[in-house]
Write a protein that binds this ligand. Structure first.
Ligand code: NAD
Length: 471
């Protein structure tokens, strides 16, 4: 595990331990960047802005993104191993979602970049000669990319790819819990014929560590961050003095709405996936499900049975996160009913030292209960009945978050009425987490600022400038 600064690897810094979430044992260590190293990374990124990188054409940058994607594919199994070792997630998930999506992130921005048109306007003037206005897109400059532990490579590359596509230079800081695939990415970058300093990587924690030092650094022109809403607020304060732009993908408390006219089997299967994929440690996971009263009991019974039968799921990422999730379950057991799970699975082998929580279905809690209102980010879903469409919408739209929601219905008019009325950035109808990388991705309220995906990311990472020429 090494930093990558100015085109060179660097192992300096006080080491911090990495823990295997499956067994709870120490699995290695990574170095925490000093403030001096963070300074060096920002300086290297700034210097690279005025080097040969500045004259790379969009087509050259697109070819670079494809080379990086090729580099990840060439070491696919190593990436899968590293992602599983850090997060404890099932291999199936890392090899079908995390690593292929990282490859797709680079390829999709490469393709978009090549087809991107600059706009121009012919403007009439009183003398009849007119003027030509045209827009050029410039990079923002040095961009800090700060990413979380749940989908480490996927979310890191989701920002690094468009940042490089638009000609910025990057200092990336992955989560201190999951630095492995970022290290491999730096190795791929080192072999991708990229000018030194265009991509830099520093490891370490958030507060009073590399994360904070990066966001406070006057040489950082913009911050692209995915993580907790609270951390987003802290970063906003850090950049406020210099008015640096931010792109924030933050927390959620996503609702599912199941109407009585839905295909119930499909709704149950979809909710099992949306609540328990990666043991609920995906920002898009459903944590609250509102079910129309006539089908509530049947849905609850089927979902609880499905949750009890789930196998092959992974652990929480850390002991601290496991304890946080179990804390919510303790409160929920006291104040409501547990229909499935609620505890820690026992394996009778070394996994008993890991950070496991059973897939859990809750019901009977009031809407202001912490387990219904706050983001748990674990394998926990709460069910509550509703009677009318208006009530369902009011329940889904309550609370501080607004990332995603899912509607299960067989009525096409209802689908089009309800989905756009949800206070979220992303609504799915009769599916969950079906993604087209060109579509806007992000949340409203405490779930984020700005949109990522396709042109939305390319727009964030570039500054449009107008040139007006009098003819
Ligand atoms: P986190 O906010 O604790 O940490 C995220 C990153 O920020 C880490 O790299 C961390 O070191 C860094 N960080 C922490 N404090 C910092 C500070 N003061 N200054 C600068 N950097 C700092 O989040 P997490 O626990 O790693 O991730 C889980 C959270 O991420 C959940 O809330 C989840 O909903 C959210 N998330 C959102 C999306 C989305 O697209 N909306 C996607 C994935 C995860």
């Amino acid at each position: 595990m090494r930093h990558y600064v100015g085109g060179g690897f660097d192992g300096s810094g006080v080491p911090f331990p990495l823990v295997d979430p499956v067994r709870g044992t120490t699995a290695g260590e990574a170095p925490a960047a000093s403030r001096e190293l963070v300074d060096r990374a920002v300086d290297a990124a700034r210097a690279a802005l005025s080097g040969p990188w500045a004259s790379w054409s969009p087509a050259e940058r697109a070819r670079l993104l494809h080379r990086i994607a090729d580099g990840i594919e060439a070491r696919f199994e190593e990436f899968v191993d590293a992602e599983c070792a850090d997060t404890g997630k099932p291999r199936e998930l890392a090899s079908t979602v995390d690593i292929p999506r990282a490859v797709a992130n680079f390829r999709s921005y490469a393709d978009l970049l090549v087809g991107r048109a600059e706009r121009s306007w012919n403007t009439p003037t009183p003398d009849g000669r007119g003027a030509l206005n045209y827009t050029v897109h410039k990079p923002l400059g040095v961009v800090a990319v700060i990413s979380p532990w749940n989908l480490p490579l996927l979310l890191l590359t989701w920002k690094v790819a468009p940042a490089l596509a638009t000609g910025n230079t990057v200092v990336a800081k992955p989560s201190e819990l999951t630095p492995g695939t970022a290290c491999l990415l730096a190795e791929v970058m080192a072999g991708a014929e990229l000018p030194p300093g265009v991509f830099n990587l520093v490891h370490g924690g958030g507060g009073d560590a590399a994360g904070q030092w990066l966001t406070e650094h006057p040489g950082v022109d913009a911050v692209a961050f995915t993580g907790e809403s609270r951390t987003g607020s802290t970063i906003m304060r850090a950049v406020a003095g210099r008015l640096a732009p931010v792109s924030f993908e933050l927390g959620g408390k996503n609702a599912g709405l199941v109407f009585a006219d839905a295909d119930l089997e499909r709704a149950v299967e979809g909710t099992l996936r949306s609540a328990f994929t990666h043991s609920g440690q995906v920002c898009l996971c459903t944590e609250r499900v509102y079910v129309e009263r006539p089908v509530f009991d049947a849905f609850a019974e089927a979902l609880a049975a499905g949750a009890r039968e789930l196998t092959g799921y992974g652990p929480m990422v850390s002991a601290a996160h496991r304890d946080k999730v179990l804390g919510y379950l303790g409160k929920a057991a006291a104040d409501g009913r547990i229909l499935a799970g609620g505890g820690v699975p026992r394996f009778g082998d070394d996994r008993d030292g890991g950070f496991w929580v059973e897939p859990t279905v809750l019901t009977g809690l009031p809407e202001d209960h912490p387990a219904v209102r706050e983001e748990i980010f674990g394998p926990v879903v709460h069910l509550a009945p509703f009677d009318t469409e208006e009530e369902a919408l009011a329940l889904a739209n309550a609370g501080p978050y607004g990332l995603a929601a899912t509607v299960w219905t067989g009525d096409v008019s209802r689908a089009h009425r309800v989905a756009p009325a949800l206070d979220v950035g992303i609504a799915w109808v009769n599916t969950w987490n079906l993604r087209d990388l060109r579509t806007p991705f992000g949340g409203v309220k405490a779930s984020g600022i700005g949109r990522e995906g396709g042109d939305h990311s390319l727009d964030f990472f570039s500054e449009p400038m107008n040139v007006c020429v009098k003819l």
